[in-house]
Ligand binder design. Sequence first.
Ligand code: BG6
Length: 505
Amino acid sequence: MNPLRDTRDARLPRVAGPCAVVLFGVTGDLARKKIMPAIYDLANRGLLPPGFGLVGFARREWADEDFAQEVHDSVREHARTPFREEVWRQLSQGIRFVAGDLADPQAFDRLRETVHSLDAERGTLGNHAFYLSIPPGLFPTVVSQIQQAGLAKKPPGAWRRVVIEKPFGHNLASAEELDRVLADVFAPDEIFRIDHYLGKETVQNILAVRFANEMFEPLWNSRYVDNIQITQAEDIGIGGRAGYYDGIGAARDVIQNHLLQLLALTAMDEPLSFDPRQVRQEKEKVLAAVTVPRDIDLHTARGQYATGWQGGVPVFGYLEEPGIPADSTTETFAAIRVDIDNRRWAGVPFYLRTGKRLGRRVTEVAVVFKRAPHLPFASTSVQELSDNALVFRIQPDEGITLRFGSKVPGVSAMEVRDVTMDFQYGDSFVDTSPEAYERLILDVLLGDPPLFPQAREVDLSWRILDPVLDRWSESGRPATYASGGWGPASAYEMIARDGRTWRRP
Ligand code: BG6
């Protein structure tokens, strides 16, 4: 029996060609929890070639074996597929480590020698992906070191790619500067910006549902849609990520990338085809049409979680978290209303919200429809009726919910109440979805770009957010909100001003 039977995913049939991944930031959380386990899971699913190498680079006095042990530990703890000795043995033979400082040219000379010898020993054929899982302030240093060490020069027939993690800049100006730094060394099709939401099966399904069916698209406009609410909520705090999070905050961390990408997929027009250029063009068009209301204070909200209780356990407030300055003004909750100035969406507000230490972990896109123009029932019969809604449940309970009114069974007067129709991934498909990082890393190695935002999408997203961030930077400390709740009072007030309420996910 094939030992991979349970773990192989039929939706990931493509196998990467010979190549090496050079990973900067190997001691970081992301590398340990996501990147290294995803590489192992790909190997375990048979999607990496025998000629595969993984080179770690860090300021540690490690030998190859020490780094291999680190990878091993992270795989044992975080991989999604079962640990198999023979897969690990094969993978670990291609593991190398280069000790050095990111600013030290000699360390990059050693890196060059390492990848060259890996090419010879493992047959990685000069195909190299540089994965920058490091603070963005270090991107320029590393990119220029890669160039100066001659690591960006590829032999004929080989490829070079660079992978970067958000935040892609701090605002539009710094994002454009980052674009220039990258463009000096890499061609646009060699740059892979990771937005892990685009690697999620449920996010890709937004386009499938919209464009593979006939029954949704006719309703997908201002004639039938009242508003769209996009929520990414977490019940956890910032954990050990003070160094990354403070000064960035919820809007830059999540709205600028994940939520605006969800908005683009929900609101864009149908692309001519699923060719990456066509999809990108439609996303860019809709992002370019997004506007933020002029009175930012009335249509946005931000907050910081307060000391309190969550799930019966005492929790720190943001300002008490280790490593956070007592006077930090960084927001851990952000909500904004945006509009889309085009024929399809004129007059339909899009509400985006995200936060830490909220009621529960949930991400969803809710398309809320208008009320029926006329209800031929007595008002008492439809009292409890809410708006029709189509909800893409991105996570954790992956699926789609349709909410509509239905007659309550019985012989008494006509009474109509909300009911839901549910699609659950687990009920319809037997394969488990690959983790977003598996899909995205494989796409990098295959050179398959549709799931990676390009520079212009990133810049357009900053153009949307910059006025909000500028305004917030002038308005002092955010209000606090209770841990385990749904954000500060201002979040309820901003949507109430429009005569609407937030959905309770
Ligand atoms: C990351 C943010 O991009 O997304 C984190 O930096 C956040 O702050 C995370 O926790 C959420 O990802 P997911 O896939 O758990 O929704």
